[in-house]
Design a protein around this ligand. Sequence first.
Ligand code: WAQ
Ligand code: MG
Length: 633
Amino acid sequence: MSDDRLFSVKMRASRVSEHVSGAERIVAPSAAPETAAALVKRALSHSKGVPDFISLKVIESDAVLRIKALPVATETTTTPREGLTIAERLLREAGVQRAGEVVAMMAAAGPMRGAMLVDADTLERLEPDRARGVRATCMDAAGAQGRLPASAKNHYAEAIVLASKVAAAPGMIAEICISDDPEYVTGYVASRSTGYRRITCMKEKGDGRGGRIFICKGIADDPSETIHFLETTPVLVEDIPALGGTGTEARFNGIDQELDAIRAAGLWRAPRVLDTRPGLVAMVDGREVAVLSSNNYLGLTEDPRVKEAAARAATQFGTGTGGARLTTGTQPLHAELEEQLADFFGNEAAIAYATGYMANVGAISALAGKGDIILSDELNHASIIDGCRLSGADIVVYRHCDMDDLAGKLSLSGGYRRRLVVSDGVFSMDGDIAPLPAILELCRRYDAFSFIDDAHAVGVLGKTGRGTAEHFGCARADLTVGTLSKSLGSEGGFVCTSRKLADYLVNRSRAYIFSTSPAPASVGAAREALNILAAKPDLVELLRAKTRFFTAEMRKRGIEAETQTAIVPIAIGDENKAVAIAARLLERGFLIPAIRYPTVARGKARLRVAISAAHDYETLATAAEAIRKETAH
Ligand code: WAQ
Ligand code: MG
């Protein structure tokens, strides 16, 4: 009979007075050692940190009760308010008359190891130890085969087991749960009548508060049977539904829901085909439109010399390099481009990447790692944010261009190996400029690396288009990222820095090491564009004149428009409204897209005009008039 025996394997990890991690499995004797090892591994790799001790219990689990999992359905919500409203409705559906108050109790709850056990009529707490709460334990999914490793936390898989057991407890009518994991905002309401109803957003991301409430009827006089069931009766939960349902196409359910939610929120995106003509004009859906949203600030994509250089490079070196920089992908062109970039910007060295996105991701993630800290402006570009995340360093976000905030945060960073301050030079969606001299001063004081992304500053700021440092007449950052894809009319990104740091990136930057080098045509075009900019900086002055002209035209019409760069944001606010205005402007022949979340904050949608030296004055004046008309109602 020993074949039928089951063991409950329980792990609990803690620090002096803090719970770190806990998990349990009910398994056959032969699987117990492996399960125990996996649970210890899980305890040692918890995001809360390494525990001071781990206790492991392996006990025979007899008289195991087998129950069916609750059916699962998902309610898609995008805000906590929406989520809590749905939770309240579901609780009421499950027979909890005072559902609103229960939801409020959830918000007011302090941290607990267990759940509140509450009487549905009086809302009185029934558990003997209120600080601890009541814990649902002694449960697992039936059928250990083919399961995810016990060392990984899977919120849903664990919650459906718990909720199914809880729903089966004597007197239980409903449960509500919000995770205490700051990154996990999906929660649920469960009951035998409603089933397990996942609610995709029940709190703000970053909020570490969570909890559970078990709501019962008719056990207030003696809750011991219910508590005994929850805490000691071994339960195996059978037939746990796959997330998103079952069936051959069920894996798409979640995808469909997400796409629907994106549409409903006015956040749908799809690329638009632009049949480009000279002078920043394009055919879009059969209509000729003026493009007032290109990053082609100097119009160099159309310069015959640049086009010719691209063609020449392709003819001489081929259409692709067939290799990464450190294998077979470095051609004379690449070395020359890097020398030319270093020379133009006045740095010792430069290294080229295939895109600007990769320059940020590649350089930041190489420079910072575990044990380091990155201080990042809250409005930094997505590629900076992604680089920070990929680095594994601790990330501290400081308020936009707020040097007091940055100073305060730097002053606490002494325990880190490296400090890195990262900021856009020109912020891409607001067009404002980072206070570089102050950033450099703080970096000097706290011995931090300074890292500036000048993607929207090169060719725009400073008398000769050398970017933010030239604009302020100050020193350059330790590392300055730039792009070949905007003012320089080509494609690719680069980092200008010291010889030592360039060597470091070549040896450490995975985006550099593991991607094919930029195509000869792109490099050829960028080199020529750089020659033109170096020889003829008055293109930069022309861009400035056209930008001044446009903002004056706007102000004449009573519309706020101010910029020191080539980016002119026009605030709208509501996402759907911004999209509607952009659509009407397109009908009038102006391509000025609506910029929405997640590129900018929710409710801060805007039109983003980008001026180019290639625009003619008349186009700019008629665009200003069209914007006035379309934003008037
Ligand atoms: N028994 C009773 N209460 C518990 C238990 C337990 N075994 N474990 C945790 N709690 C309480 C405690 O107050 C926690 O603060 C709170 O619940 C949340 O616990 O379908 O991860 O482990 O994707 O953070 C829901 C999954 C995940 C939704 C819930 O809960 C889905 C989750 P957490
Ligand atoms: Mg948790």
